[in-house]
Design a protein around this ligand. Structure first.
Ligand code: S3P
Length: 435
């Protein structure tokens, strides 16, 4: 069933909040714990639709996963060779990370499997993993345009290779490293720009030797993963909506606690600061391989900037929120080098451009970005998030500048990454309600 929201200007954001667990880390925690020997305890697991889909897929392949409490999982790993053939298709729902990473795992199994997803995932490009995995010896059939569903046949043997994917993508890197765990020889991935390193660091936590040579990471096949305990940090990408909202809604003074600050995720923090945002990083501390801190955000007048292209991969999930900050800022903001946004859960450049234009924002859509004029004269509108969780939440924030009601349609997928968003948002001052 579709879920729509009604939103309008609320009050300044105040108080202190904590956002849910990191989506990228939660997916990987389930996957690696399933392939490990022994029982792994995961705390801070994201109870989102995406990460639950990953857990369901591994349960379908014989992995016993207990959920003693909300945000906790006990995963009884079956070892690298212990997965069982699923009797039905593995449904990744809306989750690109689930499908692309699992493609690397499934490609190495001795049984066939089918990976399916929802309407949005079914439109997303999979050549980026199918092609390099095929070079390793994988046999993966797909629908037209190398899109899901993916029909993965048993491979006789995977062979390690060296790759340098043309796009900076942690999903591609991770799929190849996961396949590399099963491959003969070594599998290396170097990157055109470094991306989030959770797969590498978590593999090390499971006792795998991950090699590093310059900008390349590599694994040797045939290593055993040993169960370990994982504390999932909170998701910077979920905190991002509140960083933006509190930066731009006059009078706000909000603290977001325990935010995961992996340097490959925090490009938005640098960008907002370049725009003049007032964000203090407090109590920075290490938690395993990650750094956590409390972020205190006070509203200021932002100014438009040219976002450095080199920073795009470090804030790839944050552009819908940045579009809103740019619409409020003084002067234009230019975004380029971000064509990847067109193949996310929706075409995020187009979806945000159309919706913001309807709300009064002057925005020029470009193939690889946009130019957003600030100082918007906002107006109420009926806008479509196209089922994209991050567009829905960003538009909910934009609506706080509109005196009249805005309707944002198709917001159900917010639960894929941010269960409880509405309660948290309304609790600290935003006015967004389900219709
Ligand atoms: C992710 C990597 C990114 C990101 C996605 C999660 C991951 O995708 O956009 O939300 O967990 O590895 P790409 O690898 O396509 O850049």
């Amino acid at each position: 069933m579709r879920l729509d929201w009604r939103a309008r200007s609320g009050r300044p954001l105040t108080g202190s909040i904590r956002v849910p667990g990191d989506k990228s880390v939660s997916h990987r925690a389930i996957m690696l714990a399933s392939l490990a020997e022994g029982t792994s305890h995961i705390r801070g697991f994201l109870e989102g639709e995406d990460t639950r889909a990953t857990a369901r897929c591994f349960a379908q392949m014989g992995v016993r996963i207990e959920a003693p409490n909300d945000g906790e999982r006990m995963v009884h790993g079956v070892g690298l060779r212990g997965l069982k053939a699923p009797t039905a298709a593995l449904d990744c729902g809306n989750a690109g990370t689930a499908m692309r990473l699992m493609c690397g795992v499934m490609a190495a199994q001795s049984f066939a499997s089918v990976l399916v997803g929802d309407e949005s995932l079914t439109k997303r490009p999979m050549a980026r993993v199918i092609d390099p995995l095929s070079e390793m010896g994988a046999v993966i059939g797909s629908a037209e345009g190398k899109r899901p569903p993916l029909h993965v046949s048993p491979a006789l043997m995977l062979h390690g290779r060296r790759f340098r994917p043309p796009v900076a993508s942690a999903q591609i890197k991770s799929a190849l490293l996961l396949a590399g765990l099963y491959a003969e020889g070594e599998t290396w991935v170097s990157e055109v720009h470094p991306t989030r390193d959770y797969t590498e660091s978590m593999l090390r936590g499971f006792g795998v030797e991950v090699m590093q040579e310059g900008d390349a990471v590599g694994v040797r096949g045939g290593q055993v993963l040993r169960a370990t305990d994982i504390d999932v940090p909170t998701d910077f990408s979920s905190a991002a909506f509140f960083l933006v909202a509190a930066s731009i809604i006059p009078g706000s003074d909000l603290t977001i606690r325990d935010v995961g600050l992996n340097p490959r995720r925090t490009g938005l923090l640098d960008t907002l600061r370049d725009m003049g945002a007032d964000i203090d990083v407090l109590n920075a501390r290490s938690a395993g391989a990650e750094v956590l801190a409390d972020l205190r955000v006070r509203a200021t007048r932002l100014r438009g900037i040219v976002v450095p292209e080199a920073r795009v991969p470090d804030m790839i999930d944050e552009f819908p929120a940045l579009f809103v900050a740019a619409a409020v800022a003084e002067g234009p903001t230019t975004i380029s080098g971000a064509a990847e946004l067109r193949v996310k859960e929706s075409d995020r450049i187009h979806v945000m451009a159309v919706a913001l234009a309807a709300m009064g924002v002057v925005i020029e859509e470009r193939p690889d970005g946009a130019v957003i004029q600030g100082d918007t004269h906002w107006r109420g509108a009926h806008v479509d998030s196209h089922g994209d969780h991050r567009c829905a939440m960003s538009l909910g924030i934009a609506a706080q500048f509109v005196g009249d009601d805005c309707t944002i349609i198709d917001c159900r997928n917010v639960d894929t990454s941010f269960p409880g968003f509405l309660d948290l948002a309304t609790g600290c001052g935003l006015d967004i309600r389900p219709v």
